[in-house]
Design a protein around this ligand. Structure first.
Ligand code: GUN
Length: 301
């Protein structure tokens, strides 16, 4: 068997076109231009690339992108002040603080990341990291959905891959991907209806015993561990759908958390790295920014 490649890049560009036309409609109703403010602290090269990509994507969708580049010497209190200023600025609809924050920041003490993320106003929290938005998601009445898991739901939906009644194994329990992904797929009603929801979900992690055996139970296997090519061919059930969230640099190559060539022989479908899940994250960030602008425009506070 040779697996089908799930083209996240194509789906992301489809979603971005839909958002651009929604933004045009929003403006035609007389509302102000949706605006995303990104805060980048320090000089991490990967973060600089992400933020630049976000700026470009905003521009193409008709969303204003403002980036605040703060030096690595910024203190916790200066960063909190900046966030509060953006919380109060009604021309800004979405706020994101690019992670990771530099370890050398806050006078060498490092930032209290939890306090920083908690400071973003929940109605502007387009990353969906605030406890309010995480809580709403847990209760099945989400406002913003975290961008990467939401992108995966969109990908499955648009390829008509149902998770309803299926065994899903999520490997990795991060707050950004693994945990919300597991929750979203276990729910009765997902953002794309009941077909990309209602799964029987196993959330596996670094302490999971016999990970290979657990992975082989998966109809849909989602790898989000950040370990290059950790998921080998023999861990994949024949005909499974494999979603690879990893983006790992190994020498001059970008590889996923899944051994792609081996998985191609066993899976029925797989997301490549790059060009799979990655482009969907930014598309869903634009979606959340537009949603934030709509909520604020209609005073749905
Ligand atoms: N760094 C890596 N992924 C993300 C993300 O989704 N949001 C933010 N703010 N920073 C990140």
């Amino acid at each position: 068997m040779t697996a089908e490649r799930l083209d996240g890049k194509r789906i992301a560009s489809e979603i971005r076109e839909e958002i651009a036309s929604e933004v045009a409609k929003h403006l035609a109703l007389g509302h102000s231009q949706p605006c995303l403010a990104a805060i980048l602290v320090g000089e991490d090269p990967a973060s600089q690339v992400y933020v630049r990509n976000k700026e470009r994507a905003c521009e193409k969708a008709g969303i204003a992108g403002r980036t605040f580049r703060l030096p690595a010497t910024t203190t916790q209190s200066q960063l909190l002040t900046k966030i509060e200023e953006l919380n109060q600025d009604c021309s800004v609809h979405g706020i994101l603080v690019q992670l990771p924050l530099p370890k050398s920041g806050n006078d060498g003490k490092g930032f209290d990341e939890r306090e920083v993320l908690d400071a973003v106003a929940p109605l502007k929290d387009v990353d969906a990291f605030s406890p309010v938005n995480v809580g709403l998601l847990m209760q099945g009445r989400h406002r913003f959905l975290p961008c990467t898991p939401h992108g995966i739901v969109q990908l499955l939906h648009r390829y008509q891959i149902s998770t309803s009644g299926k065994q899903v194994v999520v490997v990795g329990r991060s707050d950004i991907v693994g945990k919300p992904m597991a929750m979203m797929l276990a729910q009765r009603d997902g953002s794309c209806g009941s077909e990309v929801a209602n799964a029987t979900v196993t959330l596996a992690h670094s302490r999971t015993e016999d990970l290979a055996k657990i992975c082989r139970t998966a109809d849909i296997l989602i790898a989000a561990v950040g370990v290059p090519e950790m998921i080998r061919g023999e861990m994949i059930r024949e005909g499974a759908v494999v979603i690879d969230v990893g983006i790992n640099r190994v020498g001059d190559r970008l590889v996923g958390d899944v051994h792609f060539e081996e998985a191609m022989q066993t899976a029925s479908a797989i997301t490549p790295v790059p060009g799979g899940v990655g482009p969907l994250t930014i598309a869903m960030l634009l979606h959340n920014t537009l949603l934030a602008a709509k909520l604020q425009a209609t005073n749905n506070l």
